[in-house]
Design a binder for this molecule. Structure first.
Ligand SMILES: O=C(O)CCC(=O)C(=O)O
Length: 328
């Protein structure tokens, strides 16, 4: 598959994604991988992500984050797609050797709040909806080892506006989604997006996607369910590292964060997240920009004229408290 046609700003509207090539050089990829491997070696087995807190507290990780998020190739392409209204939501996570390929749909999913149902999130059907995930990959995506994502291009269009009629919107979405997932049962292993190490993808949060599975490795149940694969099973040199965050219009960033708030309550205080002892959403909500960010990050955001969207300080204080109380 050629990714050339996905490199223009128009590609985001048409296919639901845009590829930003060669964000990092080969040597930059190598040094980023060496840094992350060092950090992963210090993690306990249950930890799968490097999250916003670690980025803010560790100067090496912070430099890496700044280098990527404020990279000119990335910011200029995102501005081409979104315009000057570009905002980041820093639900930053650096995923380490994780593959979500389990369940009925073998890992295929949408990011956009589908977890708590589409019905309340009417904005997803709006014609001017503009929010997506930026992913920067530190390895080539291959059939044997994975390393990137499988994508169903144009599937963001399943959210049709239908003059605002919810019945038609949801009816159509449910129907087409059933058809898509049925077809994916037979074709799903053939959707690898051949991204190269050091390149990035910005994809609409409504686009169906999943981790590209590492077909040459036998994953156990936990690993298929996005548990971290250790370096014995997937040696350092072949390991998968992907940095993700959200970008979009201010309005959609606000709606996204509001949805994260629901997910924090439902998934981290009364649901599955408690079992994992992961408070990823609570942690994101506990960071307010600019107050909770390191000076260097604030400086770079200012110099690069980039908006970071978060809830106000007084709101994040509650989540800080929740984080302290619940984090074991
Ligand atoms: O494994 C990956 O890189 C895909 C991650 C993903 O699907 C997600 O974060 O929603």
């Amino acid at each position: 598959m050629s990714i050339e046609k996905y490199t223009t700003a128009e590609s985001f509207k048409k296919y639901g994604l845009i590829v930003i090539e060669n964000v990092l050089s080969k040597s930059e990829v190598e040094s980023a991988r060496a840094l992350i491997i060092r950090k992963v070696r210090l993690m306990n087995d249950a930890q799968r992500f490097i999250s916003i807190r670690e980025f803010c507290e560790d100067s090496e990780l912070l430099n890496f984050l700044i280098k990527i998020q404020f990279n000119k190739k990335i910011t200029s392409k995102l501005k081409e797609v979104i315009g000057e209204n570009l905002h980041y939501v820093n639900d930053v996570d650096l995923q380490c050797n994780m593959f979500g390929v389990s369940g009925k749909a073998s890992g295929y999913h949408r990011d956009c709040g589908s977890e708590q149902g589409y019905t309340q999130n009417k904005y997803l059907f709006s014609k001017d909806y503009c929010l997506g995930k930026v992913g920067l990959y530190l390895q080539d995506n291959t059939y044997e080892l994975g390393g990137g994502i499988d994508l169903i291009t144009k599937s963001q269009k399943d959210f049709k506006f239908f003059k605002g009629n919810s019945l038609f919107q949801l009816g159509y979405l449910n129907l087409i989604q059933k058809v898509r997932f049925f077809i994916l049962k037979f074709t799903g292993n053939n959707k690898l997006f051949p991204i190269k190490a050091g390149s990035a993808v910005f994809f609409d949060s409504r686009l169906i996607h999943r981790s590209s599975p590492p077909h040459s490795i036998r994953l156990n149940e936990k690993e298929c369910n996005a548990g971290r694969v250790d370096f014995e099973t997937l040696p350092e040199n072949y390991s998968k590292f992907a940095l993700y965050w959200q970008a979009g219009s201010k309005k959609n960033c606000h709606e996204y964060l509001t949805n994260i708030m629901k997910r924090a309550v439902v998934e981290e205080f009364i649901g599955d997240g408690r079992k994992l002892n992961e408070l990823l959403f609570t942690e994101i909500l506990s960071y307010s920009f600019p107050d909770d960010y390191p000076n260097e990050y604030k400086k770079q955001a200012r110099l690069n004229n980039l908006n970071i969207y978060s809830f106000p300080k007084q709101n994040s204080s509650i989540w800080k408290l929740a984080f302290q109380l619940y984090k074991k």
